[in-house]
Design a protein around this ligand. Structure first.
Ligand SMILES: [Fe+2]
Ligand SMILES: [Fe+2]
Length: 181
């Protein structure tokens, strides 16, 4: 029986030899399979989404500060920092997989799942942010289902990000509650 038929039964010695031989390939091991490039591309789309989220929340933070809407401004500021953390987590994983994180500003809006919407009033900003969070939640859910057992490390990172996006959506719904739209 080959190790391909029974991937979980590969003995420790073989695994160690393989790991030593492939040490130059960083975190990518042989069992990872050919889908690595696809996953790197998908992660780059998520990276673009997170960059757009940082930019949108930054604008909303400064605009809401001008409107003297402190509670919302504080939330926007916190979200911007957390989206920046997601940017870093995704970029780090992409490089671990042997890919290149795409930070190019050209085409950012088309690579991103969610849009950059300026929002003029506080209600508009909160609504646009909630829409963007819901899109992020949907696409991370999809990505996690696609990855399945193919790459547990990437899946764990995405699950951690997803949990934060759900908190963000919750915060925004809370702020929108009772506001006139
Ligand atoms: Fe995020
Ligand atoms: Fe978020």
């Amino acid at each position: 029986m080959t190790t391909q038929e029974k991937p979980f039964l590969t003995d420790v010695k073989t695994l160690r030899e393989r790991a030593r031989k492939q040490i130059t390939k960083g975190a990518v091991t042989q069992s990872y399979g050919a889908e690595k490039d696809v996953i790197v591309d998908l992660l780059n789309n998520s990276l673009a989404t997170e960059i757009v989220c940082v930019l949108r929340y930054k604008r909303h933070y400064f605009m809401a500060s001008g409107l003297k809407a402190k509670a919302a401004a504080d939330e926007f500021d916190e979200h911007a920092s957390e989206e920046q953390l997601h940017v870093d987590m995704l970029a780090e994983r992409i490089t671990q997989l042997g890919g290149e994180p795409d930070f190019s500003p050209g085409g950012l809006n088309t690579r991103s799942h969610s849009e950059y919407v300026k929002g003029e009033t506080l209600a508009e900003m909160l609504t646009e942010d909630l829409v963007a969070e819901r899109i992020a939640i949907e696409s991370y859910g999809e990505l996690i289902r696609y990855i399945g057992d193919k790459d547990p490390t990437t899946r764990r990172i995405l699950e951690e990000i997803l949990a934060t996006e759900e908190e963000h959506a919750d915060d925004l719904s809370g702020l929108l509650d009772g506001m006139e739209l």
